[in-house]
Design a protein around this ligand. Structure first.
Ligand SMILES: C[S@@+](CC[C@H](N)C(=O)[O-])C[C@H]1O[C@@H](n2cnc3c(N)ncnc32)[C@H](O)[C@@H]1O
Length: 247
């Protein structure tokens, strides 16, 4: 079931206030780590799944990508993306990642930032990704880390001694998680780390990098409040590649 929460006015106005909405890629603390997983983009055909405001599409365009396309289910997000990309050769289309219809072997890089955890059937999504990737093509994506997503009450707990812990429960119970982040009843889908990685492998992708993101020392100095990210991972970043078909 696709909820399309980004077209909910309350959620959308809250999302607009986030640093990553106001400052783009540089407002996202995990961007430098995700960028490090990317191949040189010049000349590549790039597809961004769940492109949001199109920050990455514009980055790929500026890096000299041959063709850039962003897909999203939210009209709100696409409208802003188109507005911010005026006069740039970037194609934005409304497509639900749960029902992707992509030409075979048409893409060199499929990128996605923080969108796949909204998708219930990850296997179907990865089959579509593999179908759309050209031989040797890459997949680079981030999702909320399953330790972050799994709990029924995903918020810090502080005990009588002042010790702060993350209340991990239900980790092995995969499926829907409903939270009240920015709006009530936001629906996401939890999968274990094993399921995520095994799905990639079973769909024929070679996993090249797995990162349970944490802030760097350089980031912690000006942002000491991010130290809590060392207590549990918030983001999972993954790089994978389709075999080139050559021996
Ligand atoms: C957290 S935002 C990230 C936006 C952008 N990738 C970024 O990092 O700035 C998640 C995006 O995924 C999109 N999305 C969620 N479910 C989707 C679906 N079923 N099909 C297509 N896009 C979806 C949302 O509309 C939203 O734009």
């Amino acid at each position: 079931v696709t909820q399309n929460i980004y077209d909910d006015p309350t959620f959308f106005s809250g999302y607009n206030q986030l640093d990553r909405s106001k400052h783009g890629l540089d407002g996202a603390p995990e961007w430098a780590s995700l960028r490090a997983l990317l191949p040189p983009l010049a000349g590549l055909r790039v597809l961004d799944l769940g492109c949001g405001f199109g920050w990455f599409c514009r980055y790929a365009h500026a890096q000299g990508a041959a063709h850039v396309m962003g897909l999203d289910v939210s009209e709100n997000m696409l409208e802003r993306a188109r507005h911010m990309s005026e006069r740039l050769e970037i194609t934005y289309e409304r497509q639900d990642l749960s029902e992707l219809d992509l030409p075979a072997a048409s893409t060199d890089l499929i990128y996605s930032s923080l969108a796949f955890h909204y998708i219930e059937d990850f296997t179907a999504l990865m089959k579509n990704v593999v179908h759309a990737l050209a031989p040797g093509g890459r997949l680079v994506f981030s999702i909320e880390h399953p330790i972050y997503m799994a709990p029924s009450q995903p918020d810090w707990q502080i005990n009588a001694d002042g010790i702060k812990t993350w209340p991990l429960n239900s980790y092995q119970i995969e499926g829907p998680r409903t939270t009240n982040w920015l709006a009530n009843g936001v629906l996401k889908y939890h999968r274990t780390l094993g399921t995520t990685l095994n799905t990639l492998i079973q769909c024929g992708l070679r996993v090249t990098h797995v990162e349970e993101w944490q802030p760097s020392a350089e980031q912690l100095t000006p942002n000491p409040q991010w130290r809590e990210e060392l207590d549990r991972p918030m983001f999972l970043l993954i790089g994978a590649q389709l075999d080139s078909g050559r021996l």
